[in-house]
Write a protein that binds this ligand. Structure first.
Ligand SMILES: Nc1nc2c(ncn2[C@@H]2O[C@H](COP(=O)(O)OP(=O)(O)OP(=O)(O)O)[C@@H](O)[C@H]2O)c(=O)[nH]1
Ligand SMILES: [Mg+2]
Length: 308
């Protein structure tokens, strides 16, 4: 697969090598779908600890109760990467879903507000930290039936503000044929309800054939099937992250078992720059225009006249 990180303009790559890249993702979905476990799997470290009881191996990670950003420094494709992952409390049971939705949307918009305030300062702060969320991984319950009303509403309402990447949570709970049918149904629902998810956009005229092919392949994988686990076993001398069942082992990093490794590569390497650009030049700009015109500080007609 080609890497867009390697396709960066030389100036951006030079800057990235020197300063490192910064990237933020947020994990959203119903309670107990494995969001915090996924973060530990993605970061390859126990960012979220297991509950301390007498059987630590069996103890689950504590239920997430507040929006929690964690930052991990890593290296991807030879570049330093400062990855911030924002964990959110799961919704969908007895919790008031409206409140949890508002909390998530507020968090995303607050990061835009902070940038907006910084942009209008006379003297900029050189140490300013940009915490805009570049992608939301939306965890879908593996029901086998398609999207639930709750998922449709959540994704629809978040999509104008953030890149949404739909993900089938706990995909080991579906058999391979069930998973393929479920993925197809989810995509049919996304099309039917016109949810503008991140679908690996490309420009037929500007992008090269390799990029177009790579994007089409990733599009075909949507929604990515993921498995989270921090358990490891040795297979033929290799350390393998997996979930163990009486009938066998499901490997996290094996692309015949799930899409975790392709999702990770796409997020942290090949499409990182694209997700950032869409966030900064489309989604943030849209928010900024809406906010300034709402506050009466911005006159769209005037702007159009200026452009002419
Ligand atoms: N079968 C299966 N179980 C998983 C997977 N990932 C996590 N689990 C289990 O699901 C349970 C819940 O995991 P968490 O990571 O705490 O889920 P969460 O989405 O963060 O939950 P909240 O914080 O309550 O929203 C734990 O017992 C995990 O071991 C997976 O990919 N497959
Ligand atoms: Mg959690």
């Amino acid at each position: 697969m080609s890497s867009k990180a390697n396709n960066m303009s030389p100036a951006i790559r030079r800057k990235a090598v020197k300063k490192g890249l910064q990237f933020t993702i947020m994990i959203v979905g119903c309670s107990g779908l494995g969001k915090s476990t996924f973060i530990n799997t993605l970061c390859e470290s126990p960012v979220f600890q297991k509950k301390d009881n007498s059987f630590p191996d069996k103890a689950a990670i504590e239920k997430t109760l507040s929006i929690t950003p964690v930052t991990v420094d890593m290296e991807e494709d030879g570049l330093k990467l400062s990855l911030t992952v924002v964990d959110t409390p799961g919704f969908g049971d007895n919790i008031d879903n409206e409140t949890s939705f508002d909390g998530i949307l507020n968090y995303i918009e607050q990061q835009y507000d902070t940038i907006l305030a910084e942009e209008s300062r006379i003297k900029r702060n050189p140490k300013f930290q940009d915490n805009r969320v570049h992608a939301v991984l939306y965890f879908i319950t593996p029901t086998g039936h398609g999207l639930r009303q709750l998922d449709i509403e959540f994704m629809r309402r978040l999509a104008p503000r953030v890149n949404i990447i739909p993900v089938v949570a706990k995909s080991d709970s579906l058999a391979p044929t069930e998973l393929a049918i479920f993925k197809k149904r989810v995509m049919e629902d996304i099309t039917h309800y016109q949810i503008p998810i991140y679908n690996f956009p490309y420009d037929e005229e500007e992008d090269d054939d390799e990029t177009i092919e790579e994007n089409n392949e990733l599009r075909e994988l949507l929604p990515f099937a993921v498995i989270g686990s921090e358990d490891e076993i040795q297979i033929n001398g290799r350390r393998v992250r997996c979930r163990q069942y009486p009938w066998g082992v499901v490997e996290v990093d094996n692309s015949r078992h799930c899409d975790f490794s392709k999702l990770r590569y796409m997020l942290l390497s090949s499409h990182l720059q694209d997700l950032k650009e869409i966030t900064e030049s489309i989604l943030y700009e849209q928010y900024r225009t809406e906010k300034l015109s709402r506050d009466g500080q911005y006159d769209e007609e005037e702007e159009e006249a200026d452009e002419e």
